[in-house]
Write a protein that binds this ligand. Structure first.
Ligand code: CAO
Length: 424
């Protein structure tokens, strides 16, 4: 049995943040029914298209294991169907702009009255406050949540990261909120509202930077490269390049081939417990006892010199050779893997973290599978639904509407454009 088998989700999400959340629930076995606007559906179906007339990878990679129903919620019959769904579903998830749900009449009070067991989960850009009415996309959240001001190099502009911590990060947070509320419901019998703001989700992932903000009041951040370089700190946490956030000095260093391969680099951390092994590996055994290098505080003002010396060594090895040698000594390090290398990595295929999926319109494509592995409820990744593929099935089998009602709904255009032939 799947972990969330029996849980019905009214998936009213679009773009990335909400769909990430409902895809996780679907992977765990929930019956996720995605409600989409007739004709177009989730806007991402048609964004960044690579194969003509097929749903984009943007959409297909965020909507596995779901069913799709088309419903025009601006049509009264469409809203009728939506309320039928509210009655039978356990969870409703949405990430519309602030105010959209209320304008549809789907207020929390009304939903709770119609189905007191329903959990209503929402993602917005900001929580209550001056920006609560703003529409928000990924990079806005990265900027407002503290990630951009702390990412990049001190002398460069703030940077956003390629990891979608605003969208997918908040989707993950919301999924945890939903399963927590589901667990609570087993005791209380009642649903509750679950809210995640993208700014809050990003800030939660930037926790160590708020830690450093407070440490600044008590003196310079000595593990930051800028300390060793004698550059004074201001009143806010600076961008720290590739310094490690954990307090152990770390850098990205060149490896053999760096002149032509943009990813021939390795992340190297000079952790105190393995310092002596590092000295042996790079051929500087004298540093083990030299008072200028032996202890972490003595090394802090010399990090540029130390990493320069380590890099002389890493440049003689490929990133994979360096990884093998360093791991023999338990020296933490990480090769900089390109997306090409990750896509081709055999072990990721074997664990189901990277999966090949077949799609009737686009053929085979790669996706990221469920990164969360449950021992008794393994996830199987199924292709995303075509637009409205399950409309009929949901009206009949889930909502149990009779033929006359279904005919009236179809005739009204609530599930899509009405052609005379279809209506007759
Ligand atoms: N049938 C008919 N109308 C529908 C519908 C359906 N099935 N589904 C949605 N709509 C309508 C809504 O009723 C709304 O109409 P009104 O504005 O007239 O009430 C309209 O579609 C637009 O919804 P929206 O404002 O959410 O969409 P948008 O493209 O303007 O904004 C976004 C997109 C992402 C900026 C906004 O939804 C948002 O800020 N969401 C919250 C934060 C978030 O999740 N951001 C991350 C997105 S991923 O990068």
């Amino acid at each position: 049995m799947k972990a969330l088998e029996g849980v019905k989700v009214l998936d009213f999400t679009h773009v990335q943040s909400g769909p990430t959340c409902t895809q996780l629930l679907a992977w765990f076995g929930a019956d996720v029914i995605k409600v989409e606007r007739p004709g177009t559906g989730d806007i991402t179906r048609g964004q960044l298209c690579d194969v003509p007339d097929a749903d984009s990878l943007y959409f297909t990679m965020l909507n596995h294991n779901k069913r799709s129903i088309t419903l025009d919620t601006k049509n009264p019959r469409g809203m009728e169907v939506l309320w039928e769904m509210v009655k039978v579903c356990d969870v409703m998830v949405e990430n519309f702009a602030p105010g959209v749900l209320d304008r549809m009449g789907l207020t929390w009070a009304k939903v709770h009255e119609v189905n007191p067991r329903m959990i209503v989960a929402s993602i917005k850009g900001f929580g209550a406050g001056p920006y609560e009415d703003c529409k928000v996309y990924e990079n806005v959240a990265q900027c407002a949540g503290g990630a951009a001001s702390t990412t990049g190099f001190r002398d460069g502009v703030p940077l956003v990261t390629g990891a979608q911590i605003g969208d997918s990060g908040t989707g993950l947070h919301l999924a945890l909120g939903i399963v927590t509320a589901l667990y609570h419901r087993t005791h209380s019998g009642l649903g509750q509202k679950v809210d995640c703001a993208m700014q809050d989700g990003v800030l939660n992932l930037c926790r160590v930077k708020l830690r450093d903000q407070q440490r600044l009041a008590h003196g310079p951040l000595k593990e930051y490269s800028q300390f060793g370089e004698g550059v004074p700190f201001g009143d806010a946490v600076p961008r720290a390049g590739n310094d490690s956030g954990g307090g152990q000095p770390g850098r990205i260093l060149k490896c053999k081939g760096w002149e032509t391969d943009p990813n021939a680099y390795i992340y190297f951390i000079t952790q105190a417990p393995v310092w002596e092994k590092i000295c042996d590996v790079i051929g500087e055994p004298g540093w083990k006892t030299d008072p200028n290098y032996a202890k972490p505080p003595a090394r802090l003002p010399r990090l540029n010199e130390i990493f320069g010396r380590i890099e002389e060594w890493t440049m003689t090895k490929t990133k994979f050779e360096a990884m093998d040698i360093l791991n023999e000594y338990d020296i933490p390090c990480g090769p900089i893997l390109s997306m090409k290398e990750i896509a081709e990595e055999k072990s990721l295929r074997e664990t189901g973290t990277v999966v090949e999926v077949d799609h009737p319109k686009r053929g085979k494509y790669l996706s990221v599978g469920n990164p969360i592995k449950l021992s008794n409820s393994p996830s199987e990744v199924r292709r995303s639904p075509l637009l409205g593929e399950h409309t009929d099935e949901v009206l009949r089998d889930v909502l149990k509407l009779d033929e006359a009602r279904i005919a009236a709904i179809v005739e009204s255009g609530a599930t899509g454009a009405v052609t005379r032939a279809a209506a007759e």
